[in-house]
Design a protein around this ligand. Sequence first.
Ligand code: C2G
Length: 444
Amino acid sequence: MTKVITYGTFDLFHEGHYRLLKRAKALGDYLIVGVTTEAYDKTRGKLNVVDSLVTRIENIKKTGFADEIIIEETEGQKFNDIKRLGIDIFTVGSDWTGCFDYLKDYCKVVYLERTKNISSTMLREQNSHIQRVGIIGTGRIAARFMPEAKLVSGISAQGVYNPHRDSAARFAERWEIEAYGDLEEFFETVDVVYVASPHETHYGYIKGALAHGKHVLCEKPMVLERAQAEELFRCAKERGLILFEGIKTAYCPGFQKLLGIACSGSIGSIRNVEACFTKLEAPDTRELTDRRYGGSFTELGSYCMLPILKLLGRDYEEIRFESLKGENGLDLFTKVSLKYPNGVATATCGLGVKSEGRLLIAGTKGYIVAEAPWWKTTYFEVHHENPGDVQKYSEIFLGDGLRYEISDFLSMINGAEKHNFKLTRGESVALAGMMEGFLRQAGR
Ligand code: C2G
């Protein structure tokens, strides 16, 4: 008798799960399915699991493919199960290709092709919660989005669009999704859109996606003009759609904790915020060669302006940009100084100058400091006049951190949260206005 084992969460049970189990069963005579517990999913960083363990088990039972169902509770359990249960074949979807090769010493490992198209009919009949996401753009950030989206339950990567069909095809092959070179066809096949194309193309793509009735998650900076941001938010509101700017820091749990403490009064009234983010880039990267939209402020300014807007607000009296430019006129280093009625702030961004990337929040009773990479906040300290009076805080930050914004975007779509307080529309509009002011001053 050939014994086969497979594992998964099997949340919001769909066609991809069904086909996986069917083919797993066909690999042998006896199929064991390991179902993850909520606690295990939490430790491996899977967010938004909706169905209870009982429901997920029931759904697997209903398929009739499983001869036995076990619970997966810990990391490293697979190895022990294979030994204990006398398994011949371990199988899982090809989105995990290579990840379980270490089990090859103990049994055969088979990666079954991931189901690309979770058909809309099956979704309508069985489950309306899964959002099929289409990705616009095939660059580095789009590639980072893929493994992160996989760890958010309720979203399934459907396809990618790039006017350069070759790029779309290569990306699609790597991530086992569909490639689209035709925007109309792309919009017709997906439920939500993730915009990860060059900055200046965001406006057009968002407008198109909203016109097709799609919710949009857009990479920062969402747009480069205040009026464009206002128009797009208005358009989304009129159509009952979510338009969401993805500045990952805004959604990560550590940054939320930091804001909570900063606003709790423990450092008194906030008077000064200094945020610095520098990242040395190779000279041939888009950030340092796109003469119109590249440079340090358009690239990193959203991160640095975020804590300033969150803590001191949008009503600054003055804003001043000072840049050091490279030979092609792009800013390699930009310092933004803001003056508020009761406070001051500086944002420092660098692509060609390296500095201490730190977030410092000074108040009338103490200060908070978070060292680099504070934009992926995992640790910060609260200090007071007495140098011995220091509180230390840490918080989890999983993977690339995009999963937090994806998870919040989904919650908004599903109506769980009415307002995106983590990054409000007003704050996104203000950021677009700053980008506009900066580009105008730079003569671009
Ligand atoms: N799957 C698939 N096609 C899809 C979606 C999922 O073939 N469109 C497969 C996955 O590759 C996996 C199974 O269905 O083999 C269950 O998927 P999930 O519920 O997402 O579970 P996962 O996080 O992949 O768990 O220990 C857990 C396992 O390692 C994998």
